[in-house]
Design a protein around this ligand. Structure first.
Ligand SMILES: Cc1cc2nc3c(=O)[nH]c(=O)nc-3n(C[C@H](O)[C@H](O)[C@H](O)COP(=O)(O)O)c2cc1C
Length: 189
């Protein structure tokens, strides 16, 4: 099956991934109220077609923290991409490079900061979940800086762990609030 839209990609992922992983990436927290609201908001956005207008000089270029991007899209931090596909973060880094855009690597990644840097000729962003261990946070930031990351995204909405209800309804995994990937030896850069 060739994917032509997001729903096709969703169905491909549903076929390929174990149910618990599909539910993690496809589901939202608690009753998924915010997830539905976000989808409804995005569905309200329309492209404005330009007909009988000279569009030969069009450009989607934009600037993000002083960096020029060919398209106004970056890959958002989506933790554990390396769980969904082998070396998923490295693949994402290469894909972003091919599209001349950037990605934001996340704290709970499977591939390391340095492995991602090795996949790219251009710098990327790093997202930090700052836990109570400030030395660990400092170490991550210093490594991101040494790897040439050009911006730090500080995520501050995780004061309490969220419950991915759909996922935990079917899984016998760890309970909500425990950070599944953080304990991996290769994770956290
Ligand atoms: C499965 C999943 C994992 C995510 N992991 C992270 C993360 O590790 N760090 C972070 O700052 N945001 C994380 N996010 C939030 C996304 O980066 C993004 O801000 C959010 O999904 C809203 O964008 P959307 O409406 O396009 O989904 C995650 C989102 C999803 C769906």
């Amino acid at each position: 099956m060739e994917a032509v839209n997001i729903e096709d990609l969703r169905q491909l992922a549903r076929k390929r991934l174990p149910k618990v992983l599909f539910d993690f990436i496809d589901g939202g927290s608690y009753d998924e109220v915010t997830l539905r609201a976000n989808v409804a908001d995005l569905n309200r956005i329309r492209f404005r077609p330009k007909v009988l207008v000279d569009v030969s000089q069009r450009s989607l270029e934009t600037t993000l923290f002083g960096r020029k991007l060919t398209v106004p899209i970056i890959l958002a931090p989506v933790c554990s991409a390396g769980v969904f596909a082998r070396c998923g973060e490295e693949a994402a880094a290469r894909a972003a490079q091919r599209c001349d855009t950037t990605l934001c690597l996340y704290t709970a990644s499977i591939c390391s900061i340095e492995e991602i840097a090795a996949q790219r000729q251009t710098p990327y962003m790093f997202q930090l979940y700052m836990g109570q261990d400030r030395d660990h946070a400092r170490d991550l930031v210093e490594r991101a800086q040494a790897a040439g990351c050009f911006a730090l995204a500080l995520t501050v909405d995780t004061v309490v762990g969220v419950s991915a209800t759909r996922m935990f309804a079917t899984a016998t995994w760890s309970r909500p609030g425990s950070c599944h990937a953080m304990s991996s030896t290769r994770c956290c850069m």
